[in-house]
Design a protein around this ligand. Structure first.
Ligand SMILES: Cc1ncc(COP(=O)(O)O)c(C=O)c1O
Length: 446
């Protein structure tokens, strides 16, 4: 699209997330409307949204049930003061989210986004250990290539080098191990590689001294690393390690939550339940900022005491549990449950996976991976050497937009996660655009 002078001028007075203004101005996108699976830009051009905005619009844009729930709440109450009250709709939301969360993860605190949820979980874990006699446990182990948010704690837990080094020193007590993808060429089987990668957590815990380690934080499917999809066993090994050393296991399900992987949470997809789930994005289908921390009830017990005990969680956010957000969250969960959209993601995801596999005919696709409808495609120069080919991904960003397609494109991979409302014919339409955009990009760079 071509920007007007006014649009260009205003763009120069702000910044876009994690991208340079000149790069954006080179390949701009200014959106005006959205409905279902589509966006429209200010020129009226339509785009297929293959990624729900950015893993957010789980039910598509402006879903009628969600919009109606928001409108209804707008007429009743838009704010309740968290310091001296709670909205009745917030109670309904807490109960609802607890009812669809796995295992005994029933202790729910709503927030305004993913970073807030992660930040809260880490503080919750540190205070939990202070109140249960393990005052030296404060360190967190997470993974390189992981992303957990933009605030200082969440950033310190993140393993995306370039997004952190500009702000160093990051917070103390944050350690990293590599995810399985990093080691895969050194092992003859993916299973072995996963075992090795999972066992690394124990090596680090032991060498740091278990009495100093509070938690392990992982995205079940790592987006920023290129839809890193470990084996089920990987999670079981980490679960056992955490249990052995009294370490809290936190899943960052900001992307993987709410149906995309084929179940309400990826914890259910991989069959291993953590102590805490952090969520965001798809919880509101992009209708309003929202996130939530969902903790194990037995951890929550440490925060209940007599009135004079001073064991309350020393944490709060003005907009946490906002009534408008809670009304939206209830509508999203109800829609997923009633229409069994998580099961639909399994069926459609299988169909989409097979289609993406056919892209291997171009000789630049190393692997298709993911679970349910959350899938990624790794791009390489050729499949003999598997050497990286960032020029292709950069070109794909341009050809996709030109062809009216929005995906998450990293130079070395691209990801799709269409809204759960998509039908087979929508997947066909989306795939045609992906196929054409990749073909155009290959032609342009080869
Ligand atoms: C896995 C993951 N965790 C946490 C976050 C932070 O969420 P938010 O941007 O809503 O603060 C993100 C955002 O992209 C994410 O992808």
């Amino acid at each position: 699209m071509k920007l007007t002078e006014r649009q260009t001028g205003i763009i120069k007075k702000t910044f876009l997330d994690y991208q340079q203004t000149s790069a954006f101005l080179d390949n701009p996108l200014i959106l005006k409307n959205a409905k279902g699976l589509y966006y429209w830009d200010t020129d009226g051009k339509r785009y297929f949204d293959a990624i729900g905005g950015i893993f957010v619009a789980s039910l598509g844009h402006c879903h009628p049930r969600v919009v109606e729930a928001l409108k209804c709440q707008l007429d009743k109450m838009t704010f309740a003061p968290p310091l001296h009250g709670i909205a009745d709709i917030t109670l309904d939301f807490i109960e609802k989210l607890g009812s669809v969360s796995p295992g005994d993860l029933k202790y729910v605190k709503p927030y305004s986004g993913g970073s807030e949820s992660i930040e809260s979980a880490m503080k919750f874990v540190r205070q939990y250990f202070k109140q249960t006699g393990h005052t030296g446990k404060y360190k967190f182990i997470s993974r390189y290539f992981g992303y957990h948010g933009s605030t200082f704690g969440a950033m310190s837990a993140s393993g995306t080098g370039k997004r952190k080094t500009k702000f160093e020193p990051n917070m103390a007590g944050f350690l990293k191990v590599f995810p399985p993808n990093y080691w895969r060429d050194r092992f003859s089987s993916w299973e072995q590689c996963n075992r090795f990668s999972a066992e690394m957590f124990e090596d680090v815990i032991i060498n740091e001294d278990p009495e100093t380690v509070a938690g392990v934080i992982i995205e079940p499917i790592g987006n920023t690393g290129g839809i890193i999809t470990p084996t089920d066993e990987y999670f079981q090994i980490i679960r056992n390690i955490c249990d052995r050393h009294n370490v809290i296991l936190i899943y960052d399900e900001v992307i993987t939550g709410f149906g995309k992987t084929g179940n309400m949470f990826a914890a259910q997809t991989f069959g291993v339940i953590p102590d805490i789930i952090c969520s965001g994005k798809g919880l509101s289908s992009g209708t309003i900022p929202m996130g939530a921390m969902i903790a194990n009830e037995s951890m929550a017990d440490a925060f209940f005491g007599d009135v004079e005990d001073d064991v309350q969680f020393a944490h709060g956010n003005t907009y946490a549990g906002n009534p408008l957000a809670c009304a939206v969250g209830i509508a999203v969960i109800d829609e997923i449950v009633e229409k069994q959209l998580d099961k639909k993601a399994q069926r459609l995801g299988k169909y989409l996976f097979e289609k993406l596999e056919t892209l291997k005919k171009y000789g630049v696709v190393r692997e298709v991976r993911g679970k349910g409808i959350l899938l990624g495609v790794e791009l390489v120069k050729d499949t003999k050497t598997n050497s990286s080919f960032p020029e292709l991904g950069k070109m794909l960003k341009k050809t996709a937009l030109k062809n009216g397609l929005i995906m998450r494109i990293d130079p070395s991979w691209f990801a799709v996660a269409p809204a759960l409302i998509a039908e087979k014919s929508d997947i066909d339409e989306m795939f045609e655009l992906i196929d054409k955009s990749l073909k155009d990009a290959i032609q342009a760079v080869k």
